[in-house]
Design a protein around this ligand. Structure first.
Ligand code: NAP
Length: 532
């Protein structure tokens, strides 16, 4: 159902205009930029609040930072990396890979760094997004929000935290000037970041208190260094690396069976984790405190060979009494014990389902994403578009997360959808597209029916996957290739669209315009809609 938009209104030219504005240059934003460039688009920009590409891998520089997804999966499909040094890569190597992508594909000059978005509004009169940033205003026909999922540190609301007299920082904001050597340190949280940080700093600090609220399932980390002949083979034997990548991908899809389809089978996984715990922690009392009370997979599975051994060190204590308050330079636990520390490292995760970015986007009715999600929680269509927010894509949006395999797989699936949507706009002379509310609602009803079986809702835990409504708006509840299938083609029939005035009701004009849809500089743009 298309309708024509004609107006004599002159668009705001004080803002810099671009056809596609990508917000954020992590793996999603950078990947989108590269693929747009490969498809011949030149009229796009990437704004990035940091000073470099990399997103979460630029920011998370804490000691021990690395990826718990196999290296072979953790690269773009168009840029496999035969040079990985290990089967699971450390953060510096991943960041170098990402920087190398920006250089190799020549998209750095499309970036505006140190440019943070402060607000984005859909202007229904001009059919454009108006985006405010710390470096001026922009307008864009299409916005790709790639602001990241693990981007906003969750700082715990502990009484007295702001009056702590020592050094205190979040894992994602590691203070490299703070020398922890010989200091008394507290780590709050025992999630994916903490299991990497604790063993990395334990040998160097005088004393370490690890504050655990909920014990997690920890599995063996099958990491090893690659041998030179392996790397040689990855580089020189045609198809070998892709074959291995495919096998690892298929293998990891088996997690879907235990997490989404038959959570009872997670008991088998728990046996592995229990044997590991038993063999690495010999003290029965400590072991008991480290034994989870929920089904494995309900929270993100952790992998580490060093976390339990670190907890058994003489200079490390596991504190499970809960935190009452922070007083002066001490942490006081619920049983009244006061433990003095010089520094606190907050490994308390991120705002995911309640990301502050949601209050920055205002859609067609002026309502923000936050307001939109107020009544029923975070929702999207195929994780990528949201009703009421025309001409916008949300990379890693609602229910597109994976916690057992590489998110790059989802990112590339979404990028394919974005590229096909842009091509469809050109072909059909579309000015706007917006997913139909009823389509999005039906999609989400089906998704929630599927989700109801999953371990995240039935496994007896609370986690950051869940919102305050008790839904899981974060994860995709099925095999990842099913999401890819959904995103293969832009299904324009499920969208409300408007056309450029000249193309309204005249298929021949549309076809003609599709044929001349570059603006002379190689920029793909629907006719009558050139950059300002
Ligand atoms: P996380 O997994 O969400 O863990 C946060 C930890 O902090 C949990 O143990 C949580 O306890 C605890 N916590 C939160 N608020 C607290 C409070 N007020 N008082 C006491 N404890 C509190 O966070 P993360 O470790 O930063 O990891 C976040 C996500 O980043 C991961 O799930 C993963 O997706 C990603 N990550 C990935 C890798 C990788 O290797 N690929 C590495 C690091 C992080 P409860 O369990 O009781 O809530």
């Amino acid at each position: 159902m298309s309708q024509s938009i004609t107006n004599g209104h002159a668009p705001d030219t004080s803002r810099r205009h671009t056809r596609v504005l990508i917000i954020g240059s992590g793996l999603s934003g950078l990947g989108t930029a590269v693929r747009l460039s490969q498809e011949g688009y030149t009229d796009f920009l990437v704004i990035e609040r940091g000073d470099d590409v990399g997103g979460t891998w630029r920011v998370n520089t804490y000691p021990g930072a690395g990826c718990d997804v196999p290296s072979q999966l953790y690269s773009y499909s168009f840029a496999l990396n035969p040079e990985w040094s290990r089967s699971f890569s450390p953060q510096p190597e991943i960041q170098r890979y990402i920087q190398g992508i920006a250089d190799r594909y020549g998209v750095r000059d499309k970036h505006i760094f140190d440019c943070a978005m402060t607000g984005a509004r859909w202007n229904d009169v001009d059919s454009r997004w108006e985006v405010d940033t710390t470096r001026g205003g922009f307008t864009a026909d299409v916005v790709v929000s790639a602001a990241g999922v693990l981007a906003e540190p969750n700082l715990p609301d502990i009484k007295g935290i702001h009056t702590f007299e020592g050094e205190i920082f979040h894992s994602a904001q590691w203070d490299h000037d703070a020398d922890l050597s010989g200091k008394r340190v507290a780590v709050i949280g025992t999630g994916a970041s903490a299991v990497q940080i604790v063993p990395a700093i334990a040998p160097q600090v005088a004393h370490l208190d690890v504050y655990q609220r909920t014990a997690a399932w920890v599995f063996p980390h099958l990491t090893r260094g690659y041998l030179a002949p392996e790397r040689f083979a990855f580089k020189h034997v045609p198809g070998l690396q892709r074959l291995i990548r495919g096998l690892i991908y298929a293998n990891r899809e088996l997690f879907v069976v235990t997490q989404a389809k038959y959570p009872a089978t997670a008991r088998l996984l728990e046996v592995i984790a229990r044997v590991k715990l038993w063999s690495e922690v010999r003290d029965p009392a400590l072991r008991k405190r480290l034994t989870p009370t929920f089904r494995a997979g309900c929270k993100r599975l952790l992998v580490s060979n060093k976390f339990y051994p670190a907890l058994t060190r003489d200079n490390v204590d596991l504190v499970t009494d809960g935190i009452e308050e922070i007083r002066g330079s001490s942490i006081v636990s619920n049983d009244g014990t006061e433990r003095e520390v010089d520094a606190i490292v907050l490994c308390t995760g991120f705002h995911v389902a309640d990301s502050p970015t949601y209050s920055m986007f205002a859609g067609r009715d002026g309502r923000t994403l936050l307001e939109e999600f107020e009544t029923d929680g975070l929702q999207a269509y195929k994780g990528t578009t949201v009703a009421g927010f025309p001409n916008a894509f949300t990379m890693l949006g609602a229910n597109s997360g994976l916690n057992y395999t590489s998110l790059i797989y989802v990112i590339e699936s979404q990028i394919a959808y974005v590229i096909d949507a842009l091509a469809t706009m050109e072909k059909q002379g579309l000015r706007t597209f917006e997913v139909r509310q009823e389509v999005q609602d039906e999609y989400n009803r089906a998704l929630r029916r599927k989700m109801a079986r999953g371990v995240w809702l039935t496994g007896g835990c609370t986690s950051w996957f869940l919102d305050r409504h008790g839904n899981n708006p974060v994860l995709w509840p099925d095999f990842s290739f099913r999401l890819r299938q959904l995103l293969r083609k832009f299904d324009v029939e499920n969208y409300e669209t408007t056309k450029h005035a000249a193309t309204q009701g005249d298929p021949s004009t549309v076809a003609a315009q599709a044929g001349q849809s570059t603006n002379g500089s190689g920029v793909h743009a629907p006719a009558g809609h050139e950059s300002a």
